[in-house]
Design a protein around this ligand. Structure first.
Ligand code: SAM
Length: 377
């Protein structure tokens, strides 16, 4: 089967690092017994505030101990897991002496996830610049990273208290903005100029051969953010490497009610036990996690007509189907009764009929799944 897979299972070594991270947290961020007892409630409160009560939060909320502890103990490790799955499946060949900028870095989540999931990069001299409004979060992240990677790490990390569009001094090989842009207000008419401004800033700060990675939370709003930014990126000369298999208009922009939006769900296989237990304590047990992302470069990926599966499979006429994205727009892959659906994020080599049928409910073009050609070695 010729299948290009996003979000492969993490390696055993990566799972072991995530497990070890629990012990590192205890050492680097020790908590008094009464605070530890209260942690589950703080996690619950923060989870609520990150979703429904956003506008009431201070801009520098990550400096507040009430938020920082639950973030470090719960949100950071889950983001490490999500990003480990993402980074494992990505082509991420940052050159020796490369410059990586992480904006809205919080406690250096992306840096730590990169270290855990891509061991081939540990041997390279890499220069990271992490930028965030909260110096405290970055400081905590730096201590966690040092405990994880050891003193003799080749990675050099600078932190700067800065806003998303503050000047980036050295042009980057890779800029990451993870779970960051949803902190801004995307309601109303300002969303387009905001996407335009962020995009201009990111592109201006990237080397000619550089890449930009935006990771978001997987909810509908972040689907819209990604799609707004994608439109601006295309207009300003940057093209998707993943997940989009084409450079046309996004067919899943999260604008219509009920319409599918671009995000991926995957299992929590390999997530650390201590984190699962803490999540259960906070009544936030997880069987799966989600994210959306956009990875771009000036050159972009190969536009060979691939179809990328997006949604989880669902029942259709007694068989299974799945929403997907292609250069023809929103696509409904019909597996019928014979074929097993793919995982979200896999690609299909399509065999389109001359006149594909249209799904009445979604307006998607229907693609009947056919056995895939064997993969070239
Ligand atoms: C949800 S956290 C994400 C942290 C980290 N990137 C991660 O994935 O875990 C969002 C971060 O964005 C920062 N932030 C919010 N608004 C910002 C802004 N305008 N400029 C820079 N950072 C900002 C917050 O301080 C916070 O650390």
């Amino acid at each position: 089967m010729s299948i290009d897979l996003l979000f492969p299972n993490i390696t055993d070594a990566n799972a072991a690092e995530l497990e070890r991270f629990g012990d590192i947290l205890k050492k680097v961020w020790p908590m008094k017994a009464k605070h530890r007892d209260h942690l589950r409630y703080d996690i619950k409160d923060m989870s609520r505030s990150l979703t429904s009560e956003r506008s009431e939060r201070r801009l520098d909320y990550m400096t507040d101990a009430k938020f920082l502890s639950p973030y470090l103990c719960y949100f950071l490790p889950w983001n490490l897991y999500r990003m480990s799955r993402l980074f494992t499946g990505m082509e991420l060949d940052i050159p020796d002496n490369g410059e990586i900028v992480d904006i809205g870095s919080g406690p250096l989540t992306a840096v730590i996830a990169l270290w855990m999931s891509r061991p081939h990069l540990r041997e390279r001299k890499l220069n990271f610049t992490c930028m965030d409004l909260s110096a405290k979060a970055m400081q905590a992240g730096l201590s966690l990273f040092k405990a994880m990677a050891g003193d003799d790490t080749k990675w050099r990390i600078k932190t700067a208290k800065a806003s998303f569009t503050d000047q980036i001094k050295r042009k980057a090989d890779l800029i990451i903005a993870a779970n960051a842009f949803n902190e801004l207000d995307w309601s109303g008419r300002t969303s387009r100029p905001q996407a335009e401004k962020l995009t201009r800033h990111l592109i201006k700060s990237t080397k000619e051969s550089g890449r930009i990675l935006i990771v978001e939370t997987g909810v509908r709003l972040s689907g819209r953010i990604i799609s707004e930014v994608r439109t601006q990126m295309l207009e300003q000369g940057f093209n998707p490497l993943a997940p989009c298999p084409h450079v046309g208009t996004c067919p899943m922009p999260a604008t219509g009610k009920g319409a599918p939006w671009c995000h991926f769900n995957f299992s929590v296989k390999g997530a650390p036990k201590w984190l699962q237990m803490l999540s259960a304590e906070a009544e936030l047990q997880k069987e799966g996690v989600s994210l959306n992302f956009l990875y771009l470069s000036r050159k972009g990926g190969k536009d060979w007509g691939a179809v990328r599966t997006i949604s989880e499979p669902f029942d259709l006429h007694g068989g299974k189907a799945q929403y997907a994205c292609s250069d023809r727009g929103l696509t409904l892959v019909d597996y019928g009764l014979r074929h097993r659906p793919l995982y979200p994020g896999q690609t299909i080599v399509p065999d389109w009929p001359d006149k594909p049928k249209v799904d009445v409910k979604s307006g998607a073009l229907i693609l009947t799944f056919k056995e895939q050609p064997a993969k070239k070695q």
